[in-house]
Design a protein around this ligand. Structure first.
Ligand code: SAH
Ligand code: DHB
Ligand code: MG
Length: 218
């Protein structure tokens, strides 16, 4: 259970810096009505992805784990004219929902969804990408790391959500495949010769978690 003050301050920050327009509100409303899992990034995290995308000048983005397309829309809005985000999703229902999201958001031509297992999807892609955002099943994060290293351009940016998991990565229980995957991802990323990296610890409305950030060496 996160401290209430962290949630309240998170809402304060989002109220100031990450207010949602009708499109983003609509995605959340449709997602709850459809019973999609309530695990999309928060508005503030979406704004962070948007800002980082702009700072990186990223015109080719790759997202692993689409859900309803909420984070995809935040990132797509940071694309320059002619930019593209490719997003990979295993679940057919989530994929159909996200395609509808992109239509409603007027982002059909900027967002390409590939339905199927993300590892196969990544293996089928050719780089270079400027930015890769990992946010699907955490047990395969170590595999996604290797694919991201292949697909990113030198100087490209890797982001990975949910790599702290309320501290479970400190000593991951044998039966927590997600925490084990995240911990192994963090370990490999920290040792990876092709990346310079850090993890940002996060608290707020999504509890206690963390975001990994890494730059592929030039
Ligand atoms: N990025 C989204 C949230 C993604 S939730 C947002 O912030 O809005 C994680 C998603 O990963 C779910 O939709 C789930 O179906 C998908 N997923 C899980 N395992 C996967 C796999 N092996 N390949 C591709 N997608 C997967
Ligand atoms: C889970 C997945 C996420 O991507 C997230 O941001 C939070 C929770 C989960 O599967 O538990
Ligand atoms: Mg996540």
């Amino acid at each position: 259970m996160p401290d209430k003050i962290f949630e309240t301050v998170d809402a304060y920050i989002d109220g100031l810096f990450a207010s949602e327009d009708a499109v983003l509100e609509n995605i959340r409303q449709r997602a709850r009505a459809e019973g999609l899992p309530e695990i999309e990034v928060s508005a503030g995290q979406g704004k962070f992805l948007y800002l980082i995308g702009k700072l990186a000048g990223a015109s080719r983005m790759l997202e692993i784990g689409t859900l309803g397309g909420y984070s995809t829309v935040w990132m797509a809005r940071a694309l320059p004219a002619g930019g593209q985000i490719t997003t990979l999703e295993l679940d057919a229902r989530h994929a159909a929902f996200a395609r509808e999201t992109f239509r409603i958001a007027g982002l059909d031509s900027q967002c390409a969804l590939i339905e199927g297992p993300a590892l196969q999807g990544m293996e089928s892609l050719e780089g270079p990408y400027d930015l890769v955002f990992l946010d699907a099943n955490k047990d395969q994060y170590p595999d996604y790391l290797e694919q991201a290293a292949r697909l990113l351009r030198p100087g490209g940016l890797l982001l990975a959500d949910n790599v702290i998991r309320k501290g479970a990565v400190l000593n991951p229980p044998a039966d927590d495949a997600m925490a084990r995957g995240a911990a192994e991802f963090n370990r490999r990323l920290s040792l990876h010769p092709q990346f310079e990296s850090i993890v940002l610890q996060q608290v707020g409305r999504k509890g206690h978690d963390g975001l990994a950030m890494a730059r592929k060496r030039s």
